[in-house]
Design a protein around this ligand. Structure first.
Ligand SMILES: NC(=O)c1ccc[n+]([C@@H]2O[C@H](COP(=O)([O-])OP(=O)(O)OC[C@H]3O[C@@H](n4cnc5c(N)ncnc54)[C@H](OP(=O)(O)O)[C@@H]3O)[C@@H](O)[C@H]2O)c1
Length: 306
């Protein structure tokens, strides 16, 4: 029997298990995908801990994961856009991609370009579409200066590249271990922590036009202090500050679709976007993978491979 990640109650890493499950069958309009890679995301850890129990409750036993890349193994009735053997990138909305097999709506799949690695393909959906929406929301144009917090994380590492592609000067807030990666991607690295405001003013010559916050913890207020207009500040995490100050919160919901996914895959294929893969874990090591992610120092993405 194929294996899948499951948990039966809210809790810490210890509730995560990899268990044998019946092989799923694709219904009408759906496709069975043999998973090659599935990215992991901090929001999944928050759901598993019960932090979103009111907003996005789990139903037990719960599976886990939205991001997926793999090979079409079986198609349901009415599916005309994919055939068995196709290599695909996609997403599920029922928390089931961290598994050997998952059933995906055929409209949630796009072809995997041949030169996009399985790891990058499998890590793309949540972080990529979130970065896309966040960068789009601050309306960058050539010559703008934008600051991105969490600049080397899953969302941030993609956001800084999309902002560069839009013609902006990009200042990335990150720890010292990420300076080289950021510089190599055309981003000005600025170390976070005490004195960050002065360092941003120095790096930007006092002109910051937009701010994308992927970390939270005071960056919305910092953006306002730097003189950024409210409609050019986007946070994907600090919803309390957004409500208080009236800044934007565009994230995965606004661009969570196959069209954006295909665009991002095309950028990778064209060499205009890289998804840094910090580590690949076997499915059986799902707890170790989330332990690593929950340190909050991932460069790019962590991926599970069945
Ligand atoms: N609203 C949405 O639609 C949406 C969608 C996806 C994610 N999210 C949320 O957005 C957040 C980011 O997600 P992610 O996947 O990008 O997370 P991640 O990959 O875990 O981000 C980790 C990054 O945070 C950086 N970091 C650590 N301490 C920092 C500090 N004090 N200041 C600035 N950066 C710091 C780290 O940089 P160093 O290693 O350089 O220290 C690391 O690169 C999470 O809270 C997630 O839940 C929201």
């Amino acid at each position: 029997m194929p294996r899948a990640v499951r948990y039966d109650q809210y809790g810490g890493l210890e509730v995560l298990q990899v268990v044998e499950v019946p092989r799923p069958t694709p219904g009408p309009g759906k496709v069975l995908v043999r998973v090659k890679a599935a990215g992991i995301n901090p929001g999944e850890a928050s759901i598993r801990k019960g932090l979103f129990a009111e907003r996005w409750p789990a139903t037990f036993p719960s599976g886990q994961g939205s991001d997926v890349a793999g090979i079409v193994d079986q198609v349901g009735s009415g599916v005309s856009n994919f055939v068995v053997g196709d290599e695909v990138i996609g997403f599920v909305n029922d928390r089931s991609s961290q598994a050997e097999f998952t059933v995906v709506e055929s409209s949630n799949l796009v072809p995997r370009p041949a030169n996009v690695s399985w790891e990058q393909a499998g890590a793309l959906f949540v972080a990529g579409t979130t970065a896309y929406a966040a960068v789009r929301s601050v309306a960058l144009k050539t010559g703008d200066t934008v600051v991105v917090s969490g600049a080397a994380g899953g969302v941030g590492s993609i956001a800084v590249q999309l902002a560069r592609n839009a013609g902006a000067k990009v200042i990335g807030l990150a720890g010292d271990s990420n300076r080289k990666w950021l510089t190599d991607h055309g981003v000005i690295p600025v170390t976070y922590g005490d004195g960050v405001e002065d360092r941003i003013r120095a790096a930007s010559a006092g002109k910051v036009d937009a701010f994308v916050d992927t970390f939270g913890g005071g960056y919305v207020e910092l953006a306002l202090k730097l003189g950024v207009a409210k409609n050019r500040i986007d946070t994907i995490i600090d919803f309390a500050a957004a409500a208080k100050h009236g800044v934007k919160t565009e994230g995965s919901f606004e661009a969570a679709n196959a069209d954006v996914l295909a665009q991002l895959a095309g950028l990778i294929a064209a060499g205009r976007l890289e998804i840094p893969i910090s580590k690949v874990y076997p499915l059986a090591e799902v707890r170790e993978a989330y332990r690593d992610l929950e340190q909050r120092h991932t460069r790019g993405k962590i991926v599970l491979e069945p």
